[in-house]
Design a protein around this ligand. Sequence first.
Ligand code: PLP
Length: 428
Amino acid sequence: MTRPSLPGHPHFAYLDGALFAENIPLRDLAATHGTPLFVYSKASMLSALAAYQRGFAGRDAQICYAMKANSSLGILQVFARAGCGFDIVSGGELDRVLAAGGEPRKVIFSGVGKRRSEMRQALNAGIGCFNVESEAELDVLSEVALGMGLRAPVSIRVNPDVDPKTHPYISTGLKDNKFGVAHEDALRIYRHAASLKGLQVVGIDCHIGSQITDSTPYLDAMDRVLDLVAAIEAAGIPLAHIDFGGGLGINYNDDTPPEADALWQQLLAKIDARGYGNKKLMIEPGRSLVGNSGVCVTEVLYVKPGEHKNFCIVDAAMNDLPRPAMYQAFHAIVPLATAGKPSAEATYDVVGPICESGDWIGRDRVLSVAAGDQVAVMSAGAYCMSMASNYNTRGRAAELLIDGDAVHLIRRRETAEDQMRQEQLVAD
Ligand code: PLP
């Protein structure tokens, strides 16, 4: 029996007309756990990680999973056990890393707005590095560390002003973005950092954006970063590591991003050519480790034909899958069962039950669906559950991690009671 996997999703495949995650039919999971339901493939996550590990074979490198992509504990646990560190952006994310068994010394702390309390929490935990995003943050971090009798290890996030050619909301390395310090100011700011008693400069950092599908912006950014490494070290400030961020894209809709190992061969060639091959390398991939490792299974509630548009109303919504509403993003939508389809094909806007016209999941999709059918929204492993909300008092979906024949419930479905737990009525 053949099992043609779906493009970009090697661990999600049809067998006898039923869509499987690894060895388990998704329809069985939906029958047991209900919908909407996120289903992740562990093998898929580990094979995405392996592409980076191949790229760094024989190098001193640390892969820090950018957990904002998906911060569910069961997902973090897979990466922690595989030896990954974590790129965090809040004290809450640090709590999650520790709860999932991650090692604090492999944690790097990014983000433009770290609070003093978060700095103290991270220093207490003994994280590996703070990726500092402004001069003002350097001063505050030094003061906080000195107050604790410590020196904070720092990298400065440098903005290489390279266009990653992605959606404007996920471009981060341009001059007008709020992230990092300007390339032309970097040397001066490094000198300032080196003069602060509460800091120890350990590296340089850059991250240019997300869902990047072309190698060129990466190669250009690497040139700009290596120019700075030369200038900073010439100023007498040694840098132990180069952190090149994340951002590698995935195949959502016939996208053809470079493979992680091939991209890194090109980037390492640049690093070696400049004589920096002995520096520790850090990277912060998020989407490319989990995006195509997860799907969201949802049930068709109603089919609503219209004069100009047909709507396929499903039980997942923008609170579960915010990317289409936020970035007009594309997720493929495929049936869980292809065999014996009675319904005629038609073109639908696939929408959720939320009271917003922005609550759509796919537009102009040709589907053969009827009420009660189930479909899988593909590429839902990244920036879906971690961005999910309770809008319209909808409980967040359940999450399953599939490992071959094993099914692990990693998040139970949220109830209205869960949602109201932190709230209280005003006393009379
Ligand atoms: N590192 C930083 C600083 C980020 O802001 C992000 C996401 O925007 C990432 C890493 C992860 O990016 P991606 O999920 O595209 O790999």
